[in-house]
Design a protein around this ligand. Structure first.
Ligand SMILES: Cc1cc2nc3c(=O)[nH]c(=O)nc-3n(C[C@H](O)[C@H](O)[C@H](O)COP(=O)(O)OP(=O)(O)OC[C@H]3O[C@@H](n4cnc5c(N)ncnc54)[C@H](O)[C@@H]3O)c2cc1C
Length: 316
């Protein structure tokens, strides 16, 4: 039987060195809530498991004047309990609160949620709507630090920036690949621009029950309103395609419009058609093409409600 080596490094550079040493034959493990189940199911064993949970510098929430950054090892519970996030990103807190059970929320990390590549990942639509960038670390010898999107850091690692959308790109072309990260890369953190006073962020998850429900469709929406007109909008969904994705038809339809009831009803119909087309041939299509109307509407209304709650909670 193949011997499974285990490591528990305390520094990111050590992780990157191990990933380089094992050249794709080691696995990072954070909370293990996805990985352990997958390894049990598939019987696949990597040569080594690198437990990254002791890298304390990767577990943080930092909200600055213009931007916010969340470490990849931040757990769902960390997010749910963070007062600043409750004030400024209620939708993100709600998405985290909806994940699995208390045990899963205590162990599961947002880095694992994205790196795992599942279409039902609850944090993915929020990060897509926020247009977040992932900061990715790789051993310096495994990369050319001169590449445009790579920054040389002080130590033995390089940092690569990748938009969340690009992490999910190209899945159609290679179904075995769960994300566009290389096997020697580790997500360090996610960063996004802070939302402004005229911007609204909402989330809604459709599950078959309240607790421990894997999403049947989730949606995050971020929009800016100026003089009653929606001047910018990003809509992102999960479980409504092979990967979490931006709903660009819906975005194009809503941008530049006044967000009146008639417009929202038209948007719901349009979205229903988009989903019917995308899921054609799937057994879930009849259900989902109707359900998404409510998912969209609830996410949208949640964005306005969140702003009210945030304002009550926080001193602006
Ligand atoms: C009962 C149950 C219920 C669940 N319910 C939900 C739910 O409601 N919503 C939801 O979204 N998810 C749910 N999940 C899935 C899971 O909990 C999440 O996806 C979780 O965020 C995974 O994080 P983790 O730290 O446990 O990842 P792990 O299992 O440790 O890792 C998952 C994958 O990501 C890789 N990885 C981890 N961290 C990094 C990193 N920093 N950089 C690069 N690669 C990395 C690992 O190598 C592995 O391939 C559920 C799981 C279970 C078992």
């Amino acid at each position: 039987m193949k011997e499974l080596k285990r490591y528990r490094p305390k520094k990111t550079e050590q992780v990157c060195e191990l990933m380089k040493k094992y050249e794709g034959e080691c696995k990072l493990i954070a909370g293990g809530t996805d990985l352990i189940i997958q390894m049990k199911k598939s019987g696949d064993k990597p040569k080594a498991l690198v437990d990254i949970t002791e890298i304390e510098e990767m577990r943080f929430v930092k909200i600055e004047e213009d931007s916010a950054e969340i470490g990849a090892l931040t757990t769902f519970t960390d997010i749910v309990e963070n007062e600043e996030l409750k004030c400024k990103y209620a939708a993100l807190v709600q998405a985290a609160k909806n994940v699995g059970s208390p045990q899963i929320r205590n162990r599961g990390t947002i880095g694992g949620n994205i790196a795992n590549g599942a279409t039902a990942a609850d944090i993915a639509p929020i990060l897509l709507a926020l247009n977040a960038t992932a900061f990715i670390q790789v051993n310096r010898e495994s990369c050319s630090c001169l590449e445009a999107n790579m920054q040389a850091s002080q130590n033995t690692t390089c940092v690569r920036e990748m938009e969340i959308e690009d992490i999910y790109a190209n899945k159609e072309a290679d179904n075995k690949r769960k994300n566009m990260l290389d096997s020697n890369e580790m997500i360090y953190s996610f960063k996004f621009k802070n939302i402004e006073a005229n911007e609204f962020l909402g989330f809604y998850k459709l599950g078959s029950r309240k607790a421990l429900a894997i999403s049947k469709g989730n949606l995050a929406v971020l929009f800016r309103v100026v003089n009653n007109i929606c001047t910018e909008i990003r809509v992102a969904s999960g479980s409504l395609g092979k990967t979490p994705l931006r709903e660009r038809e819906l975005e194009r339809f809503l941008k530049g419009k006044e967000l009146r009831e008639e417009v929202l009803l038209e948007a719901e119909e349009l979205y229903s058609k988009v989903i019917a087309n995308r899921l054609k041939g799937r057994s879930s299509v009849e259900y989902k093409k109707e359900a998404v109307k409510g998912v969209f509407r609830n996410a949208f209304e949640n964005a306005f409600e969140n702003r009210d709650t945030e304002q009550q909670l926080c001193d602006y």
